[in-house]
Design a binder for this molecule. Structure first.
Ligand code: P6P
Length: 338
């Protein structure tokens, strides 16, 4: 029992690593932990009760909202509002940013951006889904409602980011800028236990994750990269393999552990790419850089992009350093859409 280090204990232990540690960020992370347990419980029984399937509504992305999307969004918002560390939230499921109007919340110094249930179209077929979160210190004056500028900060301003993957086991993986740490949920104890301290992604890998159904409209450089992977069977190593789950958190998590590259370039249906900069790409970029990898839009470091809109999309290439650099080199050599 003595070797179990819970997420709560670890956050407090590492609090001193965080500049101006005042316990507020620790408390904020604690609220995310609580919401994750609640959502995990519902996902694990989704097949048994009538909570899967669509609510009939659509979110700002024009995507059918699954009941669990709405449920997860509500639970994370409620947990964040209750702990008084957050003055507002932006979410894939909310058209506009949500300001928390209690006095204590207005005096809070953090904002949170989140995709409460990414990959939710996979719920009904029992494939792993995830929650993605990104935390910034507000730039508007404390004591006032949050402004758009609080939510449109570049990714390098993040103070923390992470995801929960609801898979064969449920894990919470986060960074506060001092490495990436993974915790596996033990439902019998009701705690997240440290299982992956200081996660590092291999500099190179043999797994590429892309929806090849969109091949015909990929940029030429991406087509050339896929051909390189398929034809470049290194003498001294394993050939490349294509692994695509269709759930960013699941593909990202596997590539983080084994080495690999996730690609979502511009396509016919998504000329700017599909992934959202603020609450998918930036948090994943923070995590991958803290784990020794890279995240790019094909030319630029994701975390250097200056956001202009809450739900803006960008092309997204994230994973092992050498693989990101390789696909960037092909995009530079062949910049045109073929
Ligand atoms: P496609 C889920 O909707 C998501 O945002 C990511 O989790 C996933 O990687 C991607 O979109 C899947 O998109 O177009 O391949 O179905």
């Amino acid at each position: 029992m003595s070797d179990i280090r819970t997420l709560g204990e670890f956050i407090v232990e590492k609090q001193s690593d965080f500049p101006h540690a005042s316990g507020e960020l620790s408390s904020l992370l604690g609220s995310i932990k609580l919401a994750a347990k609640i959502v995990n419980r519902e996902i694990n029984k989704a097949g048994l009760v009538d909570i899967t399937g669509s609510v009939g509504g659509q979110n700002v992305q024009g995507e059918d909202q699954q009941k669990l999307d709405v449920y997860a969004n509500d639970k994370f918002k409620a947990a964040l509002e209750a702990r008084d560390q957050v003055c507002g939230v932006a979410s894939e499921e909310e058209d506009e940013a949500v300001a928390f109007n209690k006095e204590l919340n207005r005096n809070a110094k953090y904002v949170v951006l989140m995709d409460p249930l990414d990959g939710s179209s996979n719920i009904d077929v029992n494939v792993s889904v995830g929650t993605i979160f990104s935390i910034y210190r507000r730039v508007s004056p404390v004591g006032t409602p949050p402004t758009e500028e609080d939510f449109l900060q570049p990714g390098h301003q993040q103070v923390a980011a992470g995801y929960i993957i609801y898979g064969s086991s449920t894990m919470l993986v986060y960074t506060t800028g001092n490495g990436v740490h993974g915790f596996t949920y033990d439902p019998s104890l009701g705690v997240f236990c440290l299982s992956h301290e200081n996660m590092r992604i291999p500099k190179d890998g043999r797994i590429y994750s892309i929806n090849e159904g969109n091949y015909i409209r990929f940029p030429l450089g991406v087509k050339k990269y896929i051909k390189f992977c398929q034809e470049n069977v290194p003498e001294d190593d394993r050939p490349y393999t294509s692994r695509y789950i269709g759930s960013l958190v699941a593909d990202f998590h596997r590539n983080l552990l084994k080495g690999g590259l996730y690609l979502y370039p511009s396509t016919a249906t998504h000329p700017s790419g599909k992934l959202r900069l603020l609450y998918e790409c930036n948090p994943m970029a923070f995590l991958i850089e803290q784990a020794g990898g890279l995240a790019s839009d094909g030319q630029n470091r994701i975390m250097d992009l200056k956001p202009t809109e809450l739900h803006q999309r960008v092309p997204f290439f994230v994973g092992s350093t050498n693989m990101v650099r390789k696909v960037e080199s092909f995009l530079e050599m062949y910049p045109d859409q073929e």
